[in-house]
Write a protein of this length. Structure first.
Length: 326
């Protein structure tokens, strides 16, 4: 009976439920991306040969379908791909002549660095402006902070990216992203210049939701009894704001930060393309145009795994921020 009780507690534990939910989510994403790619008109043959596909005879098309592995039933194609992916074989890119794993190994650090810089900048700006607005709700400073959040949400990233590239290249003749990408361990200064503007664009996009979340959380916490008690005891207002109000408002801010970081990992496609960053987003975009199923499917699954992992890590951070959460 004790063993059955232990198994029951394990089955219904939050950790087990979280892991089971993550596996189910990843399984659903793998099916979704697999089917969506097959719905898009064209296939790997048309992506590779373009308009010259019409000049191929039926025998050549049949041989190419067999070569690319798209002559098999869809269920067989899916299980062939997912089994290979789980074993570490991400597939092969016919356009580059390299394995998808090798391409991902090069592109993934670029996307992670860009997302990290964008998130850091966004969190700093968002929390600062959110605190600035929440100190005097309904005032002119509050209006200015909310206006920033509205504009940051309203202006698309590709518009801001294009404007920056146009102004810097045409007016100042400065566009370091036109040069070969330099990793931070090779040339830190060049890497900083190449990451600065795309990171700023992503940071502004992150700052808007973080600012709104910070403002709402602070306004809700300010009315708590412990805040009024601290102020009544003569604790300086600035100390109360940082030590008591902000600290007890971190849960929604941490949640929003984790969501935004996960979003940037897969949502920086256009920014990477405009700034010529050799990241995962650009890799997926170019693979879609070539209809390279293995590249797109495996890259999206890498994004999904990282997003799910970040959500789990965010839950763990809750315990550090608020020890009452178990």
């Amino acid at each position: 009976m004790q063993g059955i009780s232990t198994l029951r507690r394990l089955f219904f534990s939050s950790t087990f439920i979280r892991i089971a939910s993550a596996i189910t989510t990843l399984f659903g994403i793998s099916i979704f991306v697999f089917l969506v790619l097959r719905v898009i008109p064209g296939n790997t043959i048309t992506g590779a040969f373009g308009i010259e596909t019409g000049a191929l005879n039926p025998q050549q098309i049949a041989e190419l379908r067999h070569y690319y592995g798209i002559d098999q039933p869809m269920i067989m194609q899916y299980f062939s791909w997912i089994s290979s992916f789980l074993s570490g074989n991400f597939g092969y890119s016919y356009a580059t002549g390299r394995s998808v794993f090798a391409l991902t190994k090069v592109a993934l650090p670029v996307t992670i660095e860009l997302a990290f810089i964008g998130t850091i900048l966004g969190v700093i700006m968002g929390i600062a402006i959110g605190m600035f607005s929440a100190r005097k709700p309904g005032s002119f400073r509050d209006f200015g902070g909310q206006l920033f959040g509205l504009l940051a949400l309203a202006i698309p990233g590709f518009v801001l990216s294009t404007a920056i590239v146009t102004i810097m290249a045409n007016k100042f003749h400065y566009f370091p992203n036109s040069l070969e990408y330099m990793a931070p361990w090779k040339d830190p200064w060049m890497n900083f210049q190449q990451m600065m503007f795309p990171g700023l664009v992503l940071g502004i996009a992150v700052a808007a939701p973080v600012m709104r979340t910070t403002r709402s959380a602070l306004l809700e916490t300010i009315d708590k009894d412990f805040v009024r008690t601290a102020l009544g005891k003569g604790v300086p207002a600035r100390k109360v704001q940082f030590k008591h109000v902000l600290r007890n408002s971190l849960i929604p801010i941490v949640t929003m930060t984790g969501i935004q970081f996960g979003y940037l990992l897969g949502g920086a496609v256009i920014v990477e393309k405009i700034f010529a960053m050799p990241g995962m987003g650009r890799q997926v975009l170019e693979a879609i145009t070539r209809r390279e199923y293995a590249t797109v499917q495996s890259s999206v699954m890498v994004f999904a795994i990282m997003f799910v992992t970040i959500n789990i890590l965010t839950d763990l951070v809750y315990r550090r921020v608020d020890p009452r959460i178990k």
